[in-house]
Design a protein around this ligand. Structure first.
Ligand code: ADP
Length: 267
């Protein structure tokens, strides 16, 4: 808020700048409250299902086939619960300040190859081929575990939302002092309106589908936080029915003649 005051006695004018922290505090309080409300809602679904299934198992004690079926569903729901708790913890950690304070040079080629490896099983079960091309010529500065989480999430989405037998492309390149990694799929695509919302916590275009495929609604939110914590950005290019490309750009380190890495001038 800028207030202009005239101090009559002195005959001069002063500009007063009052920082109104209240709005900032209220806003962050609102965001926190929303988050807690969403978390409670999301946790209630699997917890409620587990409790109902436990009752059903109790009632069907004599019917072995039914007991087995309920037990399998219970296992699936508890898996969902555990994925959700894991993502919530990850996200709260990321919302803290400066998680990459103790960073180090990270070779994105290695990170990507491990992220691809960890998605091998789900890809194989859908006959999806993951094709990696290009290289990151220099390291980025940061936390390799967090970066792995981000890329694993992007590749995991590409596999989960695309039809069986399609291809997922992962491309690495360097451009304008940034390392650029894109993950492209041949899935259903995302409309421009939806593109603006998919990075929000718990936002899903099709909640039933996301749940069915094991999604928590937090994946892209985690990606966005990891990338911004590393001084980078994540963008999406997509058209409905045309697949999607998610691109992450991260500041590249400069490697000196003696092999030492330092953050580039662009950072
Ligand atoms: P989820 O756990 O539901 O996948 P995300 O935060 O990772 O949550 O993604 C948010 C939503 O964005 C998803 O529910 C899905 O509707 C959409 N989405 C994400 N990635 C893709 C993709 N590669 N293709 C199509 N839709 C996607």
């Amino acid at each position: 808020i800028v207030v202009q005051v005239r101090v009559a006695a002195l005959g001069s004018e002063y500009i007063l700048i009052l920082a109104d922290d209240r709005t900032e505090i209220t806003r962050s309080q609102e965001i926190r409250n929303d988050f807690v409300a969403n978390v409670s809602h999301e946790l209630k679904t699997p917890v409620g299902a587990i409790s109902l299934l436990a009752e059903a198992i109790d009632d069907a004690a004599e019917d072995e086939v039914a007991v087995r079926r309920f037990a399998q569903r219970m296992h699936k729901e508890s898996g969902r619960l555990s994925a959700l708790v894991q993502d919530i913890i990850e996200l709260s950690r990321l919302q803290g300040t400066d998680v990459v304070r103790r960073g180090r040079p990270v070779d994105l080629n290695a990170v990507i190859s491990e992220a691809v490896d960890r998605n091998k099983l789900p890809a194989e079960s859908k006959q999806i081929e993951i094709v990696v091309g290009g290289v990151a010529p220099a390291p980025v500065y940061g936390d390799s575990d967090l970066l792995m989480t981000a890329f694993r999430n992007l590749i995991d989405n590409a596999i989960r939302y695309a039809p069986d037998g399609t291809r997922v492309g992962v491309g690495l390149r360097s451009r304008d002092g940034l390392v650029q990694v894109s993950v492209t799929d041949q899935g259903p695509g995302i409309t421009v309106e939806e593109q603006e919302r998919i990075f929000e916590r718990f936002y899903r275009i099709d909640a039933a589908r996301s749940r069915q495929t094991g999604g928590t609604g937090l994946g892209l939110s985690i990606v966005k936080h990891v990338v911004s914590n590393h001084g980078g950005e994540v963008t999406v290019w997509s058209q409905a029915g045309q697949g999607s490309t998610f691109t992450v750009r991260l500041p590249q380190m400069e490697v000196g003649p003696d092999g030492d890495a330092a953050l580039g001038a662009g950072t």
